[in-house]
Design a protein around this ligand. Structure first.
Ligand SMILES: [Zn+2]
Length: 332
């Protein structure tokens, strides 16, 4: 079948990836992993709550002959491309695992209040929300999120889930989200990395409303934590598998070091809002100018710039002050 994209592929004995399309999203696809077990099987991440994702995921599961009632689900983190389809897949026969922090935030993000506060928070960093309802409607976290709250089963550092020949240990890796987790198989030396470590794309490190004060610091520490593990193969949430995780971690750390330098150069001797700083960063996106960025990409970029500036503030390289209800930054 020339040219047709295979949506299911066996990566290791009993471990399959289902490529769930993310239409219009630069990430292109979400890797949903199915680990075949005897008594219980395990599904890692699901896809957005939208028709294209639902169709592909169920088609993939069907082609593998999956019995859904004998399958549990684990969500690596709160983003809708990973958890959106949970309520479509899970019934009361399935346990859905997630970290405590991210599961609470998933359910919290289903309330209208959350988004009003969230945009006000971004507004304080200079993000211009001219039309609140448009911004809200376009945000994928809102548009493709779960359709209702879910009662998650909490997993913590060191907890073990078994499926088939695999013993998966929970490794808490906060940074990309406050409650991000990876799954580590110490005997087989494999890591399901969610969005903590990706191959040719750098994970978005953003500031979370009422989240940790310095997410980039958390992220860098979580990279060091994974660097200490013995890993032969990484199965990430997007794109291709990663063979040399230690090299990739070194590249990611260099990327963020360079970004911090770039931010200091942009600031120069000026006083700027985070939104202004974000507009000056050279993002790895194909848009010709900042004004061409779709609203949600602008929002991600601003969130990332907040995490850089707050990290530099914690390193005492920049200072933050309030002016007319806005947070502004300057170099020390
Ligand atoms: Zn993510």
């Amino acid at each position: 079948m020339g040219g047709e994209l295979k949506i299911v592929e066996e990566k290791l004995p009993g471990i399959y990836v289902i490529k769930v399309p993310l239409p219009g999203n630069p990430l292109k696809t979400l890797n949903s992993y199915y680990i075949r077990g005897g008594d219980r099987s395990l599904l890692v991440d699901t896809g957005f709550n939208r028709e294209e994702c639902r169709t592909a995921l169920f088609k993939g599961l069907e082609s593998l002959g999956v019995s859904l009632v004998k399958t549990d689900i684990i969500i690596t983190h709160l983003h809708a491309d990973h958890c959106g389809l949970v309520t479509a897949v899970a019934s009361d026969k399935n346990t859905v695992y997630c970290s405590e922090v991210d599961s609470k935030r998933i359910n919290w993000s289903l309330s209208q209040n959350f988004w009003e506060e969230y945009f006000a928070f971004f507004g304080s960093y200079g993000f211009p929300v001219r039309d609140f309802s448009t911004a809200l409607f376009k945000h994928p976290a809102q548009k493709y999120n779960l359709d209702r709250e879910h009662d998650f089963s909490i997993v913590r550092e060191g907890d073990v889930l078994e499926a088939g020949d695999y013993r998966l240990v929970i490794v808490e890796t906060p940074g990309h989200t406050p409650g991000h987790i990876c799954l580590y198989e110490p005997d087989k030396k494999i890591l399901f990395s969610g969005d903590h470590i990706l191959g040719n794309i750098t994970p978005n490190i953003t500031m979370f409303y009422k989240g940790p004060p310095d997410p980039l610091d958390q992220y860098l520490q979580s990279l060091d934590k994974v660097d200490r593990l013995d890993i032969d193969l990484v199965l990430p949430g997007h794109r291709q598998v990663i063979k040399d995780v230690h090299q990739r971690i070194a590249e990611l750390k260099r990327h963020y070091e360079n970004r911090l330098i770039e931010v200091l150069v942009i600031l120069g001797d000026r006083v700027m809002s985070t939104f202004q700083v974000a507009s000056g960063i050279k993002w790895d996106l194909t848009y010709t100018s900042w004004d061409q960025f779709p609203m949600e990409q602008m929002l991600f970029a601003t969130g990332e710039a907040i995490s850089y500036l707050e990290h530099l503030r914690h390193q005492q390289k920049v200072r933050r002050f309030e002016h007319d209800g806005h947070l502004l930054f300057e170099r020390i």
